[in-house]
Design a protein around this ligand. Structure first.
Ligand SMILES: [Zn+2]
Ligand SMILES: [Zn+2]
Length: 148
C-alpha cells in the first residue's frame, strides 16, 4: 500500500501495488520542476493508481505530460504517451509505503546532471539519456506517429 500527496494535500493518490520501477531523472526539466538536482519517480500501471483528486497537467514536451498541483506547485506525476497505461509518481509525494519503496534502480539523463551534485555509488544503473530499451521504443513510436 502506497499513499501519496502533494504538499498542500489537494492532490492525493493511493495504490495497492508495488512500483514496477524506481528511477531518478536528472534532465533539465526535472531540475526546473523540482527545484533540485533531480526528480525521482516510482512507476506503476496507471490503472493501479487511484486518485482522490487528479493532478493538473503540463505538457513540457510532445512525448509526455507532467502532473502537478496548481495550488501548491508540487510536481506529482509523469506519463509518457507511448506508455499511456503507465504512470510515474514523484518519490517526494510518497507519504506512506508498506513495504518500504525499493531503492532507485536507475539514473537517467545524466548528460544533464547538475555539476554541483555528486552522484553516490549506489549501484543503480546509469544512462546518459533514456535507457537503451526505452529510447528504441520512443524512436519507433515517433516514426509511427509521423506516418500517421
Ligand atoms: Zn497541492
Ligand atoms: Zn526528467
Amino acid at each position: 500500500m502506497i499513499k501519496g500527496s502533494c504538499a498542500c494535500g489537494r492532490v492525493r493518490y493511493e495504490t495497492k501495488t508495488q512500483p514496477l520501477a524506481v528511477t531518478a531523472c536528472h534532465c533539465i526539466t526535472c531540475q526546473r520542476v523540482s527545484g533540485g538536482p533531480f526528480l525521482g519517480f516510482a512507476g506503476f500501471l496507471a490503472s493501479a493508481v487511484e486518485w482522490t483528486q487528479k493532478p493538473d497537467i503540463w505538457l513540457a514536451s510532445d512525448i509526455a505530460e507532467r502532473g502537478f498541483c496548481k495550488s501548491c506547485g508540487s510536481p506529482v506525476s509523469m506519463r509518457y504517451f507511448l506508455e499511456a497505461d503507465r504512470i510515474g509518481v514523484t518519490l517526494g509525494t510518497v507519504v506512506e509505503a508498506e513495504p518500504v519503496l525499493p531503492s532507485v534502480e536507475a539514473h537517467i539523463f545524466l548528460k544533464d546532471k547538475a555539476q554541483y551534485y555528486v552522484l553516490a555509488a549506489d549501484g543503480a544503473k546509469r544512462y546518459d539519456e533514456f535507457s537503451g530499451e526505452f529510447r528504441d521504443k520512443l524512436e519507433q513510436w515517433g516514426r509511427r506517429r509521423q506516418k500517421g
